[in-house]
Design a protein around this ligand. Structure first.
Ligand code: TNX
Length: 787
């Protein structure tokens, strides 16, 4: 048992007795009753319990039988009990009754009612899907220990609390996405992922099957897609964005793919869990693996190898000028259609750099003959043509929001990822939309301070942010808002190589997304959710899910006084039921350290360290926040070049506010300069002796943030003529394996000055071997310390 499991025993007990018994779990909302995720639309607790044991029977008929078998199977796995099926009329005692109520209104196709009395558990729904979701709710009322991989030894009867629930989802698309291309995931994990979605009442699995770094679906007509496109050289030791291409004679050893037989089995399994699989076949870009196998469908004819890491910009596209490309793609889609019975096929459409199309005579001829105007028009042509084909085969397309550019294909649905605007535009144009913006839905981004997390692609989406997501933009009218089908969590896997790591990124954030997708907007509340989440964790624990504890770290909020000499630190607890202990002397806090009650004033340079404790045991990580007071603290800073409004930090005081940045570039402490140098003059207020100056810069290769080429310090007594006394060269560009904070410090003797000029030279553009080669480079700076 991990320490977390021990700590969460009170929560476990609350879950075991199926009640909100422990005071800290008490729900503050109008609803009372057990802790459920996603929160049902309406729940009324009733007195009493139903006793569920080995003598309980299931009762069902017709289409409900499959769900009855499913619930019996869950109970068998948890307890070893083999529940009997009631013969004949539903029994009125000691039974789990699943009842279909006949033809549904379209709106309640997934709704259900769950009524638990001391006599029986009754789930009623219009469709089997509703029964299935009723079972998912029931699951959360029985002991967490039943969720283990093997039956509990001598399972005890469970006391299931009496209640009535009326429930239905807010959205019809409740999605989870998995990129199996950047890293390959074994088929067993695909099954597990489907179970995770189902448990959270999610109903759509977006399976990202093709990309530059791997083609993962067997296509019988084109065997090289998987034989060649499914494999790349193994560069796991190198940073994703710094991987050398396959060398002549080198064997491609990393990869894999799913056979059609395996896919059929997964589709069937998913359907038994009421999950529709949306396969994604990317075009015209993210096609590197396919083109390595069949270079003739590119503009240049290749040859290509499957890239083992980041590709940017993505210039190798399918040639849209050649009709054989369309036949090739249609052949592929024919096989895909045969495998996936769902309505939608995802055709990608994102991030195509069209410079090869510009040079390609066939593409240019197509632009002329079809009157498409330019390459954007050509992409739109390609998507429209594929839409037409898929429509003729009874399918609908969905694509990333780039498919709006150059005109949206008729009937196409849009997956809005670059913010919400694409989705808003599509909904206004009468198209269906799935909202999955990077700001809320990218589970490949960090969920805690980067210093404490496994290396990720960047970003910062803690679970609170996921929970705060509102998929339906307020700017849409009622009719347009109906086009918002729902939302989806995306798990891109450039930096995620194993199922365990994938689980870490998914959980517990997936629970937040599930509630966003299912529960009424008006019923959502963070504190309440957090209580329920804490009660849910023992279930994940029992299932052996490698979930992240990052949520359970203290969140410090530092406010500097206007003179920059002191700071007020508020320590925010994400978990109201836990206590915070802290130290100011550099020691690691323990349960015996001072307990945090109200904001603490830091006088002079100091470091506060804090941890979150539950029943005396540390949760999450200890966080340390240094606060610096020095000669430039709070002084006036004049900028030659403006900072970027995307990374402002504290604006004009950011460089002298005593706050230093973490390895997370958007933690609010780093000030960013896009392509510009940093050049600032600090007025120290009066002439004084200066013994040391230092300044710090972030390097995050994958986020296009580089250390400065050179840093210099110059001094002046009047602020006009400056004398440069230190020129410190940068260390060059690192190989990108690590996010690094670089400190440029220099000691001085006999220097007296009132003004200090700090210059840090931006490298300007991303270096040639970088994924963003030629693009604007960032320079990130936090504090300039003068002693
Ligand atoms: C953007 S989201 C991409 C993916 C990357 C992802 C990483 C989208 C349509 N394209 O190819 O994996 O960012 O976060």
């Amino acid at each position: 048992m991990t320490s977390c499991a021990r700590i969460l025993i009170p929560a476990l007990l609350a879950a075991l007795c199926g009640c909100a018994g422990a005071p800290r779990m008490q729900a503050p909302s109008a609803q009372t009753g057990p802790a459920l995720i996603p929160l049902p639309v309406k729940m009324t607790a009733r007195p009493g319990h139903f006793r569920l044991d080995g003598s309980t029977v299931t009762a069902s008929s017709g289409e409900a039988e499959e769900v009855a078998e499913y619930v019996a199977q869950l109970i068998r796995r948890g307890t070893g009990w083999q529940l009997a099926r009631a013969a004949g009329v539903p029994p009125d005692s000691n039974a789990i009754v699943l009842e279909l109520t006949g033809s549904p209104a379209a709106s309640d196709a997934e709704g259900y009612t769950l009524e638990i009395t001391p006599q029986r558990i009754l789930i009623k729904a219009a469709r089997p899907a509703g029964l299935f979701y009723g079972v998912q709710t029931l699951r959360q009322l029985w002991p967490a220990a039943w969720e283990g991989p093997a039956p509990a030894v001598q399972a005890e009867p469970a006391r299931i609390p009496c209640l009535v629930i009326n429930d239905q989802p807010r959205y019809s698309w409740r999605g989870g996405h998995l990129d199996v291309c950047r890293h390959f995931f074994p088929i067993e994990f695909i099954y597990r992922y489907i179970d995770y979605l189902a448990m959270n009442k999610m109903n759509t699995f977006h399976w990202h099957l093709t990309d530059d770094q791997g083609w993962r679906i067997e296509i019988k007509k084109y065997p090289l897609l998987t034989e060649v496109g499914g494999w790349r050289v193994d560069r796991s030791g190198d940073h994703w964005n710094k991987r050398a291409p396959q060398q002549p004679g080198e064997k491609a050893t990393y990869g894999g793919y799913y056979s059609q037989e395996e896919i059929r089995a997964v589709v069937e399994y998913a359907s038994s869990r009421f999950i529709t699989i949306v396969p994604e076949i990317e075009m015209p870009a993210h096609a590197g693996a396919a083109l390595a196998a069949y270079p003739r469908f590119s503009c240049t004819g290749g040859p290509f190898t499957v890239p083992p890491g980041g590709v940017w910009p993505i210039v190798n596209l399918y040639c849209a000028g050649d009709d054989t490309t369309f036949s090739f793609l249609q052949d592929i889609l024919d096989e895909v259609i045969g495998l996936f019975p769902g309505d939608y096929i995802h055709i990608g459409g994102d991030e195509a750099d069209k410079s090869e199309w510009k040079k390609c005579p066939k593409c240019q001829a197509r632009i002329r003959t079809e009157n498409l105007g330019d390459e954007t028009g050509l992409q739109s042509y390609m998507i429209r043509r594929m839409e037409g084909y898929l429509h003729s085969r009874g399918k609908r397309i969905i694509g990333w929001d780039e498919i709006l550019e150059g005109g949206l294909a008729p009937r196409a649905a849009v997956m809005s990822w670059r913010g919400m605007q694409g989705g808003i535009d599509a909904a206004r144009a009468d198209h269906d939309v799935v909202m999955t913006p990077t700001d809320y839905c990218y589970f490949d981004y960090y969920q805690g301070p980067a210093d404490f997390e496994p290396l990720s692609i960047g970003g910062y989406i803690p679970i609170e942010t996921v929970y705060a997501f509102e998929p339906t933009p307020a700017s849409l009218d009622e009719k347009q808002a109906k086009h918002i089908l729902g939302c989806q969590a995306n798990l891109w896997t450039e930096f995620i190589a194993t199922p365990e790591h994938a689980e870490y990124m998914l959980f517990p954030r997936l629970l937040a997304m599930a509630e966003v997708a299912w529960s009424p907007k008006s019923s959502r509340g963070w504190d309440h959710f957090l209580d329920r989440l804490t009660a849910f964790l023992p279930r994940l624990e029992a299932m052996g899910v490698n979930y992240s504890r990052s949520l359970y770290s203290v969140k410090p909020v530092l406010e500097r006084s206007s003179d920059g000499r002191s700071a007020l630190v508020a320590l925010k607890s994400p978990a109201p039921f836990a206590v915070i202990h802290y130290t100011l002397d550099g020691a690691e806090p323990t349960a015996a350290s001072p307990r945090y009650e109200s904001p603490i004033t830091l006088q002079g340079s100091s470091t506060i360290k804090a941890g979150l404790f539950l029943d005396g045991a540390l949760q999450g990580r200890i966080v340390a926040v240094p606060f610096l007071v020095h000669k430039a603290s709070g002084q006036k800073v004049t900028y030659t070049h403006p900072w970027s409004d995307r990374y402002q930090a504290a604006g004009p005081t950011a460089l002298v506010d005593g706050l230093t940045g973490s390895k997370n570039y958007n933690d609010g402490s780093w000030q960013g300069f896009e392509q510009h140098d940093l050049e600032v003059v600090i007025d120290l207020g009066r002439e004084m002796e200066i013994r040391r100056v230092s300044s710090s810069y972030l390097e995050d290769f994958g986020s296009w943030i580089f250390a400065p080429r050179e840093v210099s310090y110059a001094f002046s007594d009047k602020g006009k003529e400056f004398q440069t006394l230190a020129v410190l060269p940068g260390g060059g560009i690192q190989d990108g394996n690590e996010i690094t904070i670089h400190h440029f410090g220099r000691d001085f003797s006999n220097v007296r000055a009132r003004y200090l000029k700090v210059t840090a030279k931006n490298i300007g553009v991303c270096p040639p071997d970088h994924a963003g080669a030629g693009g604007k480079a960032w320079l990130f700076v936090d504090e300039i310390i003068v002693e």
